[in-house]
Design a protein around this ligand. Sequence first.
Ligand SMILES: [Zn+2]
Length: 414
Amino acid sequence: MVRHLKRLILFLILMFSLLLPYRALASPHIDSVTATMIGSDPSCRYYIYEVRAKVNNAIWCDCFTLNDYFMVYVEYPAILRGTWWTPKYPCINHSCPPQSVEEIILVGVPPGATLAIKVVAGRPLAGYGGLWVYTLAQAPSEPPQNCECELSINVSPSDISPQKAGSANTTSTIMVSTTKPAPPEGCTVNFKVEPINTIGHNHDGNRPKGTVTPATLTIPGGSPGAVSAEYKSSEVSGEEKIIAEIKGEKKGEATVNVKVPGLSPLVSKPSLLPWGGTAEHKLGDNNYGTGYTLSAVYYAVGKYAKDHALNTAPDVYLAVIDMSLPYGGLFDINGDWDTPHDWHRVGRSVDFSKYYKDSGGNNIQVVFYDEDGNVIKTTDLITDDDLDKYFAEKKYKCTRKEKSIGKIHYECPK
Ligand SMILES: [Zn+2]
């Protein structure tokens, strides 16, 4: 019995001596902890942190041998992420150098949060929890700053018709998307419209332009999103820039072409003089038409010239004035963005001078002879009734309008 008691005492002493180092265990020591905000999550409402810790566990290491661990984790308010870290330098001869934690990435930290960073010594296989040491880090109270209102803008369709040009296709959809997470308050976009090429209007002033509805809209904060607005053309054709601004700063732009498609320039032919350019609408820009209408003009003038023997006269022309501008639309003949009439928008209107002209555009007298060479008449005036029939033959169906404007005006059906 005594022997048994002795053995028991010896065993207890042995066990106690084995436990002693644990009782003498000192806390691992946190030399430094940094918690740096490195970004925000896709909702743009939370921080992403990088945590680096240096832990000096020399004393603690004294009690352990190889393959011991320590753990660093961060609490907010529960564990967000913890990692067991193997000491880089194993304990040898009861000595081990400081260890460092490379990084812990924390997501979901709201502004102003307190981060509790804990370090614990451990021997996982033995289930040993060791002792905690704490340090604190504070998230900034301001919302994350790396979220920006960065936009991409797209207009579809990019080619539309001006108003009053007989087409319903006068609106485009503007899609504006954020390409980065937006700040929590969202991105408020203001639209501006700027003409960039007025295509034939060689004058400025108070140019009408398209409108955007709504003119202001807000893309909600958080993950990238998209909103749409509508661009509606004015009566004036041309290229216009739709600019998306945020707080007065341009963040994106897209171009829309307001045009009547398919117009081509009237070209000079024998007895046919493209004419009528002004400082506001230069010669060359002022006589565009549809294929049908140009063909009707070429045909009518050619036939008229032959029937009236103008084709044998050296310098006699029928002058065509102000058909349409290259992109059609409002043709403000006086350069005031207003118009005396609603024609000349779609390339199907043709004005002839009432007077025969020479190649320089001067009104001239023309002498007409009968078959025997006798003078029938001398006149500078074109007889419009006479001209009509060349537009009204079965080949072309253009009709004369507006007799009172001092010109001979035809409208073609297409
Ligand atoms: Zn103009």
